[in-house]
Design a protein around this ligand. Structure first.
Ligand SMILES: [Zn+2]
Length: 429
């Protein structure tokens, strides 16, 4: 039996949490156990759940593996991640999703729930084996061609209709392909000054509007990946006001950084560490995204952890890969953007980073309240420290964090997966 002593559950008064057989058995004062985890001053949150992680295995093990990516997840306080399908081979069959699922079980650092591709090979031509992936051992419920948009309206409609049979959801990477050919950076003043091809907000917003209408038309569930513009927020708010089954996520980087980073980075302009899909937008967009996450229009935070090896990022802007890592810094960035600003309290953080993503992914054993009977999926977090972000200290196989040089609040001290510590004293177990 493990006892966590004096943890502030969701930021409340200090309590002891007793854990037995992987479950929370009692919450109270003066509880005893064989193993004691001292949590003075630490906040206890339900284990974080990521709806959007690129683990890169199979195919790009030079960037990340299930083993290294789930270590990074545990270090970030996550007890479950959804592994995106744009691997090589693509996760578009029962065989591939079961392989990823099994690798997650073997690694054991957090639960790995494979996302299934919507279309075969992410080619946008034919639906993948959605039913076979749903029926597989991996029990896939989230389907996405992420990295690419399901731009064909007929295919998108069919996918939305198909996943209803098993209560699945289509997670759309909203990017109208013709409007973003060659696009490099948010279309606006900064892209104009830097001479980079603009990436207009309307390319995202047009797809989100279309998909909300399609989801309503067929009565299915739509999830919008990495919302990045104020206009997208307005469309999702409108869809929700109609009672449609639409959910949405925002990344930590879109809550904190703007396109001006591409111009005014510490090492000068055109630093591709800030190149990401969708692109960093403007301060007005950041403000709208924060407000939308606070009022629940945007349901959750998802990292879009996108590891890339050095040679794919440290090159000229136009040739660089798109994406940034984010698992190990997600909670700190959310504290900086949402808690320090008074927009969310710790109960709100738990809701947006654990409860709601678990519900969207239909994960039965995650995102549950910290109370007796729940699985002991627990993150212990110290919000009082502030430390400079050090890429060399990260456990992800890749180093492409956009926060190097920034000082961020907070540190994950411990992560427990069904009562078993995966991180203790800020280190992997
Ligand atoms: Zn994406």
């Amino acid at each position: 039996m493990i006892v966590i002593r004096n943890a502030r559950i969701l930021g409340g008064e200090p309590r002891d949490i007793l854990i037995a057989n992987g479950l929370i058995s009692e919450i109270g004062a003066g509880l005893g156990g064989d193993t004691v985890i001292e949590a003075d001053g630490l906040i206890a949150l339900p284990g974080l759940v990521d709806l959007h992680t690129h683990l890169r295995e199979p195919g790009r093990e030079d960037a990340e593996t299930v083993e290294t990516g789930t270590r990074a997840a545990a270090m970030g306080g996550f007890t479950a991640v959804h592994a995106m399908a744009n691997t090589s081979p693509v996760a578009d069959t029962a065989g591939v999703v079961e392989q990823v699922w099994r690798r997650g079980q073997e690694a054991g650092h957090c639960d790995v729930h494979p996302v299934g591709a919507v279309t075969s090979g992410l080619e946008g031509k034919h639906l993948a084996e959605l039913g076979a992936m749903a029926d597989s051992q991996a029990r896939v419920r989230v389907f996405s061609d992420d990295g690419k948009c399901v731009s064909d309206a007929v295919l998108m409609r069919r996918a939305l209709e198909y996943v209803k049979a098993f209560d699945g959801v289509v997670a759309q990477h909203a990017q109208e392909p013709r409007l973003t050919e060659g696009a490099q950076l948010n279309e606006g003043e900064v892209s104009g000054r830097l001479g980079l091809t603009g990436w207009p907000a309307v390319a995202e917003e047009a797809i989100i509007a279309r998909d909300c209408l399609l989801a309503a038309h067929v009565g299915s569930r739509l999830h919008v990946c990495h919302v990045s513009t104020a206009g997208s927020v307005e469309i999702i708010r409108w869809a929700k006001s109609k009672g449609w089954n639409v959910t949405a996520e925002v990344t930590p980087h879109h809550l904190l950084l703007t396109d001006s980073c591409a111009e005014a980075s510490p090492v000068g302009p055109y630093n591709p560490i800030y190149k990401v899909n969708p692109p960093l937008r403007t301060q007005e967009d950041v403000t709208a995204l924060r407000e939308a996450l606070a009022d629940g229009t945007i349901d959750c935070v998802a990292t879009d952890h996108a590891p890339h090896p050095v040679e794919d990022k440290e090159t000229e802007w136009a040739a660089a890969a798109m994406g940034m890592i984010g698992l190990e810094t997600a909670l700190s960035v959310v504290q900086e953007a949402m808690v320090e600003t008074g927009l969310l309290d710790w109960a709100g953080v738990a809701d947006r980073m654990s409860v709601r993503p678990a519900r969207i992914g239909r994960l039965a054993g995650q995102g549950l309240p910290l109370e007796p009977g729940s699985p002991a999926n627990i993150t212990l977090y110290d919000p009082a420290v502030r430390t400079p972000v050090d890429p060399t200290a990260m456990v992800s196989r890749s180093r492409n964090t956009p926060y190097e040089g920034l000082t961020l609040p907070g540190r994950v001290v411990a992560t427990l997966l069904r009562g078993r510590p995966t991180v203790l004293d800020g280190k992997l177990v």
